[in-house]
Design a protein around this ligand. Sequence first.
Ligand code: HEM
Length: 119
Amino acid sequence: MGFLVSGTHLHITTWVIALVLFFIAALAGKKLTGVHMGLRLMYILMIISGGALFLEYRSAYGMNYDMKVLFAILVIGFMEMILVRKNKGKSVTVFWGLFAIALAVTLYLGLSSGIGSKF
Ligand code: HEM
């Protein structure tokens, strides 16, 4: 399964597509069931591609990776909360804030540590 761990491009592709689908579904005026299903498929691909990187490099980089994965899971959780609550007509303001914080931390931890691109 070398293609999963030979770089971070596959993983980046999965979460960029996920974010695009999330914003389409979250900002649309109506319920977009198909887009939400596509987003859930991307969660699985994100977890597989990120999980493979995690298993391959965790021993070399340690704690930062644990935190990265933890916050990434929170991002997925908040995206689901926003879409499900929005479709039920409940307030989502707090969850947008939590989503933004978790996403910023995830991007920071991902880009600042270990393998892949560094800024
Ligand atoms: C919203 C979801 C996610 C975002 C925005 C995200 C973002 C990122 C970013 C920016 C990188 C660095 C890429 C690079 O430097 O080339 C990265 C790498 C990584 N991601 Fe994710 N990711 C997400 C989901 C996940 C999930 C679900 C997992 C694990 C199950 C995961 C595990 C990893 C690992 C282990 C790395 C390599 C560590 C590193 O170089 O810092 N990610 N991710």
